[in-house]
Design a binder for this molecule. Structure first.
Ligand SMILES: Cc1cc2nc3c(=O)[nH]c(=O)nc-3n(C[C@H](O)[C@H](O)[C@H](O)COP(=O)(O)O)c2cc1C
Length: 177
């Protein structure tokens, strides 16, 4: 069962959960889920939105561009260690995260990307806008720390690439019960 929510009532919970890791789910080539710690709930062009930042080398980046949509899954009582380890440290290029993390997928209501039973607060989002970061406009100390250019950019946790910001319009919001 899905309990429809007013997403602004959960802004505090979502904002507190983010730095510990919530999930950004995509379905194109296959279903995949990655941990994100950066993002925000807001309003753009008069629409309720969720903004995510995805480095260019991530499997998720390829999926987002192909699918044009995503779901956000937020735990109600803190992150799950197994899910965090698999979805935050390994890539969909290498493994099937549904199997490895034991994700229980729940059929979506409006878009085609499922939610996850273990992380029940779900936002279904359609991508309205995407923009690559311009590293030259990021403060130098942050750029040096967050985007070192002298490292290998290919491993799953690589931090060399710039992020692309994706703005998703929230088209449905609910808690899986
Ligand atoms: C707590 C935490 C927060 C993270 N936040 C982000 C983020 O906001 N953006 C990002 O690009 N990667 C972030 N990552 C790294 C990705 O989750 C990781 O690289 C993942 O393996 C990518 O999966 P994919 O290649 O299947 O897309 C985070 C990892 C952790 C553990």
């Amino acid at each position: 069962m899905k309990e429809t929510i007013n997403v602004t009532d959960y802004a505090n919970l979502i904002t507190k959960a983010l730095p510990k890791g919530i999930l950004l789910n995509t379905r194109a080539e296959k279903f995949n889920s990655m941990v994100i710690g950066w993002g925000h709930l807001g309003t753009l062009w008069g629409k309720p939105t969720f903004h995510v930042y995805v480095r260019q080398g991530r499997f998720t980046r390829k999926q987002l561009d192909a699918a044009g949509e995503f779901t956000i899954s937020v735990p109600l009582e803190g992150p799950d260690a197994r899910i965090g380890k698999v979805c935050g440290w390994q890539s969909g290029y290498d493994i099937d995260k549904v199997t490895e993390a034991g994700l229980e997928l729940v059929e979506p209501s409006v878009i085609a990307t499922p939610g996850i039973r273990q992380y029940p607060l779900t936002l279904e989002c359609r991508i309205l806008y995407a923009q690559e970061q311009d590293l030259s406009r990021i403060p130098e100390d942050i750029r040096a720390k967050m985007y070192p250019q002298d490292v290998d950019g290919r491993y799953p946790m690589a931090n060399r690439d710039a992020h692309t910001m994706y703005v998703g319009e929230i088209v449905d919001a609910y808690i899986i019960r």
